[in-house]
Ligand binder design. Structure first.
Ligand SMILES: Nc1ncnc2c1ncn2[C@@H]1O[C@H](COP(=O)(O)OP(=O)(O)OP(=O)(O)O)[C@@H](O)[C@H]1O
Length: 116
């Protein structure tokens, strides 16, 4: 019988695999850990900390979706194809939008505490 935690183990396997194999993922996880550490060192409000948690989680999830898109494209074709390029470029563009948005959010939250 399939155990109830089997899907969780598969999900954790996906998370480990993307951290191991994707250099951008390593960057997002490292920056995310630093942001959350600073969030607990500064006297932020609970809502500010929650926004930062959400931001870090969204960027890491987006990078994982991007990786999944790349894998699907590579599964479909190893040849150069304009649609393969479009899918990969759009997916990584989505991560870029979220990463830039996250930087803006982090600056909005941190700057008032750092300039005091
Ligand atoms: N089959 C393909 N056909 C056309 N262009 C491709 C193809 N595979 C990759 N590319 C182009 O090369 C870029 C890098 O693709 P690759 O699969 O190496 O991902 P990556 O280096 O892990 O990307 P990222 O840095 O965005 O995570 C894509 O964004 C796309 O422009």
């Amino acid at each position: 019988m399939k155990s109830w935690w089997q899907p969780f183990r598969h999900a954790m396997n996906g998370l480990r695999q993307s951290i191991r194999e994707e250099r951008h993922m390593k960057v997002h996880v490292t920056v995310g850990a630093i942001v959350l550490l600073v969030a607990f060192l500064l006297p932020l409000t609970s809502v500010e900390r929650a926004i930062l948690f959400l931001t870090v989680g969204i960027v890491i999830s987006a990078e994982m979706f991007n990786t999944a898109f790349e894998r699907v494209v590579d599964l479909v074709t190893q040849e150069w194809h304009p649609l393969a390029k479009a899918v990969k470029d759009i997916a990584s563009g989505a991560v870029l939008v979220l990463a830039l948005t996250s930087i803006a959010i982090a600056l909005c939250i941190f700057i008032p505490y750092l300039v005091q």
